[in-house]
Design a protein around this ligand. Sequence first.
Ligand SMILES: *[C@@H]1O[C@H](CO)[C@@H](O)[C@H](O)[C@H]1NC(C)=O
Ligand SMILES: *[C@@H]1O[C@H](CO)[C@@H](O)[C@H](O)[C@H]1NC(C)=O
Ligand SMILES: *[C@@H]1O[C@H](CO)[C@@H](O)[C@H](O)[C@H]1NC(C)=O
Ligand SMILES: *[C@@H]1O[C@H](CO)[C@@H](O)[C@H](O)[C@H]1NC(C)=O
Ligand SMILES: *[C@@H]1O[C@H](CO)[C@@H](O)[C@H](O)[C@H]1NC(C)=O
Ligand SMILES: *[C@@H]1O[C@H](CO)[C@@H](O)[C@H](O)[C@H]1NC(C)=O
Ligand SMILES: *[C@@H]1O[C@H](CO)[C@@H](O)[C@H](O)[C@H]1NC(C)=O
Ligand SMILES: *[C@@H]1O[C@H](CO)[C@@H](O)[C@H](O)[C@H]1NC(C)=O
Ligand SMILES: *[C@@H]1O[C@H](CO)[C@@H](O)[C@H](O)[C@H]1NC(C)=O
Ligand SMILES: *[C@@H]1O[C@H](CO)[C@@H](O)[C@H](O)[C@H]1NC(C)=O
Ligand SMILES: *[C@@H]1O[C@H](CO)[C@@H](O)[C@H](O)[C@H]1NC(C)=O
Ligand SMILES: *[C@@H]1O[C@H](CO)[C@@H](O)[C@H](O)[C@H]1NC(C)=O
Length: 623
Amino acid sequence: MRVPPLLCLLSGLIQVQLVIGKTNFTYDQKSFYLNGEPFQIIGGQMDAQRVPWQSWPSRFSYARAMGLNTIFTYVYWNLIEDQPGQYITNGSNNIYAYVQQAQEAGLQVVLRVGPYICGERDWGGFPAWLNNVGDMTVRSNNDAFLNQTQSWLSWLGNWLNPLAIGNGGPVIMAQIENEYGFYGSDHTYTGALSSQFNSTFDSSIVFYTNDGPSSALQSGEIPYVLAETDGSVYDMLTARPQYVQASSQGPNLDGEYYIAGTDQWGVNNTHASFSGQPDRIKSIQADLSGALANGSSFSIYMFHGGTNFGFSNGAYWNNDRTNPITTSYDYGAPLDETGRPTDIYYALRDSLKPYAKNITSVPDVLPLVSIPSINVQPSFYLFDGLPDPLQMDQLKNIEQLNQWYGYTLYRHVANSTLSGLLNLNYGPKDRVIVYINGQRKGVLDSIYPRDQQQNITLTLYEGDILDLLNENLGRIHFGSDITSQTKGVFGDITVGNDEISGWNVYTLPLDEMPTPSVDAQSPVAVSNSSTPIIYTGSFDLTTVGDTFLELPQWTKGVIWVNGNNLGRFWTIGPQQSYYLPGVWLQETNNTIQILNLEPTGLEGTVVGVTNRTWASHPDPDAA
Ligand SMILES: *[C@@H]1O[C@H](CO)[C@@H](O)[C@H](O)[C@H]1NC(C)=O
Ligand SMILES: *[C@@H]1O[C@H](CO)[C@@H](O)[C@H](O)[C@H]1NC(C)=O
Ligand SMILES: *[C@@H]1O[C@H](CO)[C@@H](O)[C@H](O)[C@H]1NC(C)=O
Ligand SMILES: *[C@@H]1O[C@H](CO)[C@@H](O)[C@H](O)[C@H]1NC(C)=O
Ligand SMILES: *[C@@H]1O[C@H](CO)[C@@H](O)[C@H](O)[C@H]1NC(C)=O
Ligand SMILES: *[C@@H]1O[C@H](CO)[C@@H](O)[C@H](O)[C@H]1NC(C)=O
Ligand SMILES: *[C@@H]1O[C@H](CO)[C@@H](O)[C@H](O)[C@H]1NC(C)=O
Ligand SMILES: *[C@@H]1O[C@H](CO)[C@@H](O)[C@H](O)[C@H]1NC(C)=O
Ligand SMILES: *[C@@H]1O[C@H](CO)[C@@H](O)[C@H](O)[C@H]1NC(C)=O
Ligand SMILES: *[C@@H]1O[C@H](CO)[C@@H](O)[C@H](O)[C@H]1NC(C)=O
Ligand SMILES: *[C@@H]1O[C@H](CO)[C@@H](O)[C@H](O)[C@H]1NC(C)=O
Ligand SMILES: *[C@@H]1O[C@H](CO)[C@@H](O)[C@H](O)[C@H]1NC(C)=O
């Protein structure tokens, strides 16, 4: 802002009085400054909430040893404010501890707050319960939305402000929105969000936006907020300055310099990685060396990707189908999913070293452990461990049932003969497995375009049980169609010309493993028409350490070890190996539980391997 010179001088004097002995972070048109010294941000992204909290210090050591001086992290609102006004701050949600540990490792921190963060996460980090708030339009100048962001940002600021640079902490910057210019251009909305940041976060923190280049940048930039770009270094150096309005100008920062990319479930998808490709690695080195020589700053996206544990992944909408993100968020990053350095890591270390002050040596790399065989046995049918049902005539989206993630079973008992094509009015928008009297009849899934959906024709006689098991595969995280992200089976469900009403609905978020009812039957003669089965087992280890679980010939499901949800597995790939962190293991009596969604009776032995495999297998459920 322009102020008369005298005032400027006075406020300068007053500021000097106030900040003596304090740390600060500032910028001018050329450079960032940390405590008055030019500071080039050599950053890398690693999201606290994608890494087991026990491993944060180790990951930070590797960051320092690669030559980074700053860690960028998204904050996933949905995991922290799981219920409106209730905040979960332990485990990997403990961003406060994360920031403190980064500081102990000698790193600055940039908080990518959003609150929309994209990040290939469920609904871009928005809590599913926003769907239940009346008149809600996310990412817009909408009272209902801005009321929710205001209360979230106030709470978050209150929690993290003690770690702001001006209070002696490492937090130098906070990002407002994320790539908003790809989504809209309503400057009233971004201005309102910016005021909320201004009133909730410590004034020593520099606020910035991060957008794609050129027109997206102009749509996303906010007056008096530093405007930065992501993507190519060339765009940052050449396009950025000419598209940035005066009050948003500042030094160049590439807020996301992409290493490889995300993996999506699908038979034709391969793992994104440039590991083992010297030419591609040299080009990454050239980009970053060039940016460094130019005096520019950057954040490597991702330095360490980590894992979409549990049900936390997002999904792309691809014209006529969804493409859910895999459990692994390895990203082909310098530090792999298990936190081990790759060839890219060592190459980048060579490039960053001349610019890194006081680089540390690379910590020892611990070997992974193998587990030759884990004995798991069918324990009980999921449908024998159902909670009390909700009874309804018309089905509602799962959010209205106070359920955000996981599975939902819709059960109808026919009271007359019904026959014809099963039609879920909308498409479907999730994955639905269909059963009659406990026999699997088919699968409908939004991963298939409409003309490749199975046509499931049913005949139900009086007393027959129709079950629709819905899996929330992850809400869309990017694009223009993220406004409403309700999940489940709802609206009119018909068989032939008859609309079905009268349902028992069972919510199965699987936060905790269900317990089988007293009259539960033991699964015997498992076949490909069986309903989902929970398998259990236990195993001991001679050495505790990281491993990759593999489940040859299993189709689809979810794995828990010692109560930790490792995430979804799916034969279609490209992911075939599932990261099991050693910090979740012990020497004796490790428990494993597997939700086998589509039993076949041909399941192979579960093993732990030290060398992961990426591969695709045919989709047994494709029409
Ligand atoms: C930032 O800190 C440095 C070193 O203590 C000091 O010289 C400078 O005046 C401070 N700048 C601001 C804007 O507070
Ligand atoms: C977090 O706290 C909850 C409630 O006390 C507890 O159930 C959960 O196990 C804790 N999680 C971690 C990772 O410590
Ligand atoms: C938002 O909050 C304001 C102030 O608390 C209130 O007056 C307004 O009704 C709220 N709007 C909505 C849509 O909830
Ligand atoms: C930010 O807040 C300060 C007071 O803390 C105020 O003077 C300033 O105008 C605000 N700026 C914006 C852009 O809202
Ligand atoms: C996979 O690729 C093959 C060969 O190009 C094609 O025939 C098939 O339709 C593709 N499958 C999917 C699910 O995209
Ligand atoms: C940085 O890059 C820009 C755009 O390529 C160029 O104009 C400028 O001279 C470079 N600056 C330095 C210090 O290399
Ligand atoms: C260099 O790093 C070591 C270990 O992190 C630290 O103790 C020391 O103060 C650092 N020195 C400088 C000049 O930053
Ligand atoms: C199912 O029927 C629809 C509508 O007739 C058709 O478009 C689609 O291709 C059919 N699906 C299969 C797998 O044949
Ligand atoms: C029988 O089923 C039909 C179709 O689902 C439903 O409309 C009707 O209410 C049911 N009748 C009774 C008596 O449950
Ligand atoms: C089970 O396998 C048999 C034999 O391969 C096949 O004919 C049948 O369609 C399969 N059933 C289901 C539900 O996949
Ligand atoms: C092994 O762990 C299970 C589940 O935590 C527990 O019920 C059981 O008592 C333990 N067995 C031994 C031998 O420690
Ligand atoms: C891991 O597997 C890959 C591909 O199968 C192979 O090229 C590589 O040599 C293996 N590495 C080790 C350490 O076994």
